[in-house]
Ligand binder design. Sequence first.
Ligand SMILES: [Zn+2]
Length: 219
Amino acid sequence: MIDKSKFMQAGPHEETSEGLEISMDRCGVKPALRPAILRLSEFHTYPAPGVLIGAFMVDYALELLGVTPDKKLYGVCETPKCLPDALQVLAHCTTGNNRLNVVPIGKFAITLNASSEEETTQAVRVYVNLEKLKQYPVIDTWYANSPAYDKHTMKGILQDEIFRAGRTILSFEQVRVTVKRKKKWASVTCPCCGETVPDYLIEGDHCGACGSMKYYEKI
Ligand SMILES: [Zn+2]
């Protein structure tokens, strides 16, 4: 069950789960996808335009691959913004299960593939098609990060346009991707901090935290 109180307090009407349900109903979102969109909005903490488009992208990719989310799937996301959450919630490709790869190319696109014993395998790449986007002026303006898009007055219209558009603003292509393999590894102790890391993550003779990935100072 969706906890409807989660994103009810803050923000205008369209950001509540009731508001979302009304908007999805009004705009003809297919009923089968609606619970996933509510789950995704809750997971992301609010129904960001990018995650809503992402829901349609992952739904489309699943259908094109002819798979359901209970299968072991691998996803690549070409932006760290919003879209990874759609792959996590709808396709169960997560950071933690190592089946999500976020490549910060800066494109609103995903690829999805099933597990395979081969070196490479067929995947489907779904992306936002700029030509198709022209039919939806508010999405087009928002997507281009144009100053003409005013978040305060246009957020609700944008959401409706996204729901109306659904997958009609998307295109896909068949692609080939390298299959991810689990690495064999041994534990190595860092002489600098005395903590252990897998051998393939050691940087010369010290761990990442004592090297290029240092992100904290001891206090
Ligand atoms: Zn260290």
